[in-house]
Design a protein around this ligand. Structure first.
Ligand SMILES: [Zn+2]
Length: 224
């Protein structure tokens, strides 16, 4: 399993098509995926984005540099090409997209209490994990939410997602995770962020917490 950040991966796939139009110059340069204005006909005159493997126009390059000072990059969802219909761009059916919008709000309507916790959990929650970064590596603890052990296929899918998630370069350490959170869904707490994903059998909610010496990632797995 490979996890891709949506819609960055889709934008990068689009860029691979656009990049092929430069050989090495382009008679009809493609549009900048970030703002929609034409790129410079010479590929090397278009700066590489700081946040994706995509060349952008000069004015977008300046805008990114300015925003990087305040650590407030333009969300990928606000890129010109992302506002057009990106759902048709399939990166790879094997990949799982990490999204910043919950695609499964219905599961929170049916909840149940869990022993030793005051929180209500969706009845479909199988397990959740809690991880913290100790300055050197990630430590993960698991909490079962069902009386019966999940089926083998489900366990495989949960393990596969967990391994792929912590293999992301963005999860190398707390600093890379903080940068990554600039693209996540913000919450009412300025140091907490959300991502969401779906695999064939699971809905997954990820809560990332950027505070040092705290728990830094909770991942909840719900059966579809
Ligand atoms: Zn641009």
């Amino acid at each position: 399993m490979k996890i891709k950040v949506y819609p960055r991966a889709q934008l990068e796939a689009l860029w691979q098509d656009d990049k092929a139009k430069f050989a090495p110059d382009a008679d009809f340069p493609p549009k900048c995926l970030r703002c929609g204005n034409p790129l410079h006909p010479r590929l090397i005159r278009n700066p590489l984005s700081r946040y994706a493997d995509i060349h952008i126009c000069n004015s977008c390059g300046y805008d990114e540099a300015g925003r990087s000072i305040s650590s407030k990059p333009l969300p990928f969802s606000q890129w010109h090409a992302a506002k057009e219909n990106l759902d048709n761009v399939i990166v790879d059916a094997q990949n799982v997209s990490l999204k910043t919008e919950c695609t499964f709000p219905h599961i929170y309507k049916q909840t149940k209490p869990i022993p030793l916790s005051s929180t209500q959990y969706p009845v479909s929650e199988i397990v959740y994990s809690r991880s913290d970064y100790d300055g050197n590596r990630w430590w993960t603890t698991w909490f079962d939410c069902q009386e019966k052990k999940p089926e083998w296929e489900l366990t495989q899918e949960i393990d596969g997602f967990c391994n792929a998630f912590f293999d992301l370069p963005e999860m190398s350490n707390l600093n890379t995770m903080r940068k990554f959170c600039a693209f996540a869904e913000p919450t009412s707490c300025p140091t907490e962020f959300n991502f969401y994903a779906e695999t064939s059998r699971l809905y997954i909610w990820i809560r990332l917490i950027t505070r040092n010496k705290d728990y830094n990632a909770y991942i909840h797995y719900y059966q579809k």
